[in-house]
Design a protein around this ligand. Structure first.
Ligand SMILES: [Zn+2]
Length: 268
């Protein structure tokens, strides 16, 4: 699933091609995504210039002078810059054609993504917590929100109203590097440990974004889908395997309906 680092890398990859460009046309071959593509969106965007391209949580937003298009990549979506006449592959659903002659094509085998238009603010962006890489997000912030909370700390940092874009991989890995058990109650963690946790969340995400930077060329290449970043994982997806620090077998539990892998010895 594209997580925050993949979405951020997508943004950095496609933004230079889109900024200031005028939209020639929007071609929708498959409108039935998770949320149906806003009807009439073609008329709304045609002939308008792209003033800004930004990311909030895992949403990309194309800002025009008359509104904005909200793009979510869902479970399996990807975007790439191509020549508009390149043959449509299976699962290519949408193409944004630019006057410059390039096009942004959307590929999504599972169709869980979305493409929504609004001439006002998008409600999907309401009630979101801070960005994890912002200054606003730090240990003091987490500590103050966690007081009295019985929710497992992993579920706590994966709550969008607390902080956005900390998916299962990054929550699991950051908790491991901080030595905190994922099922520990959020309200029973010290300010000091939250300082380390916030820092490790930032480091984990930044490392993934840096790795993604090396694959930036894929976003302007019609050859294939940008893959997910192959970073070294210590716990995520490694249930039962030996801990890379202490060699004990990693354990697995379910927290908030998600699988959580951790080291019962290194994480307390
Ligand atoms: Zn261990």
């Amino acid at each position: 699933m594209p997580e925050l680092p993949e979405v951020e890398t997508t943004l950095r990859g496609i933004r230079p091609f889109l900024l200031g460009e005028t939209i020639d046309d929007l071609i929708i071959r498959q409108p039935s995504l998770r949320y149906p593509v806003t009807s009439g969106i073609e008329q709304s965007v045609r002939g308008h210039a792209i003033k800004e391209v930004s990311r909030r949580a895992k949403y990309l937003q194309l800002h025009l002078d008359n509104g904005s298009m909200l793009v979510h990549l869902g479970m399996s979506g990807s975007l790439r810059i191509i020549e508009p006449n390149v043959d449509w592959k299976k699962h290519d659903h949408i193409q944004l054609k630019l006057v410059s002659g390039k096009a942004l094509r959307y590929h999504d085998p599972r169709r869980f993504g979305s493409r929504l238009w609004s001439d006002e603010a998008h409600w999907q962006l309401n009630n979101l917590g801070p960005e994890p890489l912002s200054k606003e997000f730090d240990g003091d912030y987490l500590y103050s929100l966690s007081k009295g909370r019985k929710i497992a700390v992993k579920a706590f940092v994966m709550t969008n109203s607390v902080v956005v874009g900390v998916g299962n991989i990054y929550a699991s890995e950051a908790l491991f590097s901080t030595g905190i058990r994922p099922d520990r109650a959020a309200g029973r963690i010290s300010r000091n440990r939250y300082n380390f946790l916030a820092e490790n969340i930032k480091v984990t995400l930044k490392n993934a974004i840096n790795l993604g930077g090396t694959t930036l060329r894929d976003y302007s290449n019609s050859a294939g889908d940008p893959g997910y970043f192959k970073q070294e994982l210590f716990v995520y997806g490694r249930s039962g395997l030996p801990c890379k620090t202490c060699s004990n077998a990693l354990a697995e539990s379910r927290i908030g309906q998600r699988s959580s892998v951790f080291c019962p010895k290194c994480q307390v």
